[in-house]
Structures are given as structure tokens and as C-alpha cells.
Design a protein. Structure first.
Length: 241
């Protein structure tokens, strides 16, 4: 892990492109559609929607969740859905990733996303904060925004799983320490499951990144999902029937 973090630090300058990849956080942002679940209209009639899966998961994050630069079926949400289905789970993973999102932008759109769903999710996987780090925002603000989102979900009785991000050492010892404690501290405070580092398994492996050196390729997403899917499955299995 330490070796990966060092490599991660060397790529920080290129990571600034994450901000440019998405819309400005103060502008209205579109919510991603699930692959294969959008309704089809013919004239004035609307085709019947596909049968709803037993379990609904919302993947709520930034470009790493949104599947930036990939085909619609290659991003984190559809790949995770396929992995969970292969494990025998009747699940739909709703892609609520928006490129360029900070935690503040995510907090502003969370109610809209939840209210626009056809039903209450059985799990929200929350993965924001990377763009906060790259913009040099105060870790205290990032933590406050993430906490507010967790509280919103808790108030709606929606289980939460948090995926963390790690600040590279070259941002300074004080910033790195304050940022890196955000995710484990919130997970402990609210008794929620934490996957410590979303990019674990791909950082330091250039062949698993797109040409921008930032976003994972389809193969990179496969690696990420291969590591995170068992933990998601465990969270679902632990929920009361």
C-alpha cells in the first residue's frame, strides 16, 4: 500500500484533470441513467418497464463511479451489478455518479436523486471526496459534507457503505493526516461499512488506466469491482430479511 501511495503522489499533477472532466459543481448536473433500465416511448404510449430487481443499490459518487471514458456497460455500477448477479443476487445498481462532483455538490443533489427513484434503495454506496482533495478544500468541509449525506441516508433508514480515498504524501503531512482520517472516523461514528481505498489494486499499474492516466480502464474497473464486490455482498447478506 505504501508503494502505491508513493506512485499516487507522483501522478497528482495529472489528477488535476479530474476537475476538468466534469461540470462546474455549482451548475445543475444530470443524474446518470441505469444501463438497460430507461423506458422506451412509442408515440403516446410508453413500453412497460422491466421487472424490478429484488435489491436496489445506488452508487453515489464522482467520475470514478460514473464510468468516465468507458462504454455504458463497463463502468463501476454495471460491472458491480454483473458481479453481484453472478453471485446469485437479484440486484440492480443505479449509477448516480457525476463527473467532477465534490462532496458539496453531492450533498446538494442527494435528495433529488433519492426522490427520483422508483423505490427506497436497499443500500447506498457513497464515494465522494477525491475532487475535494484535488481542489485543496479543507478536510473539515469534506468531512462535514460527507457526514451530512450519511445523516440524510440514516434519516431515511437507508443503509450506507462508504468507499474511501487517500491523499498522497506530497500534499503535506498535516493535510494528509486530516484527510485520511475522514472515512474511518465517519464509518466508526455511524457504524457503517468502510471500503478504505476505492482505487486499491489499480494505482501504480499504468495499463489499468485510460490515456489520461487518471481514470481506470474497463480492466481497471474489473479489478476494483473484484475487490469491492465481496464486501458489498456481505453488507447485503447482513441486512435483516
Amino acid at each position: 500500500m505504501l508503494k502505491n501511495l508513493i506512485v499516487y503522489g507522483f501522478t497528482l499533477a495529472f489528477l488535476q484533470l479530474l476537475i476538468a472532466c466534469g461540470p462546474a459543481p455549482d451548475k445543475p448536473q444530470a443524474v446518470q441513467e441505469d444501463v438497460g433500465t430507461a423506458s422506451v416511448e412509442t408515440g403516446s404510449e410508453q413500453a412497460a418497464p422491466a421487472q424490478e430487481a429484488e435489491t436496489l443499490i445506488v452508487a453515489f459518487g464522482d467520475s470514478l463511479y460514473a464510468g468516465y471514458g468507458l462504454e455504458p456497460n463497463e463502468g463501476f455500477a454495471p460491472d458491480l451489478q454483473a458481479a453481484l448477479k453472478a453471485d446469485g443476487k437479484d440486484v440492480r445498481v443505479h449509477n448516480a455518479g457525476v463527473s467532477g462532483d465534490t462532496t458539496a455538490a453531492g450533498l446538494r443533489r442527494m435528495d433529488f436523486v433519492l426522490d427520483s427513484l422508483s423505490r427506497t434503495p436497499d443500500l447506498v454506496i457513497l464515494g465522494l471526496g477525491g475532487n475535494d482533495m484535488l481542489r485543496g478544500l479543507k478536510p473539515s468541509e469534506t468531512r462535514a459534507n460527507l457526514e451530512a449525506m450519511i445523516v440524510k441516508l440514516k434519516d431515511r433508514n437507508i443503509p450506507v457503505m462508504l468507499t474511501g480515498m487517500l491523499a498522497p504524501p506530497n500534499l503535506g503531512a498535516e493535510f494528509t493526516k486530516e484527510f485520511n482520517i475522514i472515512y474511518p472516523a465517519l464509518a466508526k461514528k455511524y457504524d457503517i461499512t468502510l471500503y478504505p481505498f476505492f482505487m486499491d489494486g489499480v494505482v501504480g499499474k499504468p495499463d489499468l488506466f485510460l490515456g489520461d492516466g487518471i481514470h481506470p480502464t474497463a480492466d481497471g474497473i474489473d479489478v476494483i469491482v473484484g475487490k469491492i464486490a465481496p464486501q458489498v455482498a456481505a453488507v447485503l447478506d447482513d441486512q435483516p430479511a
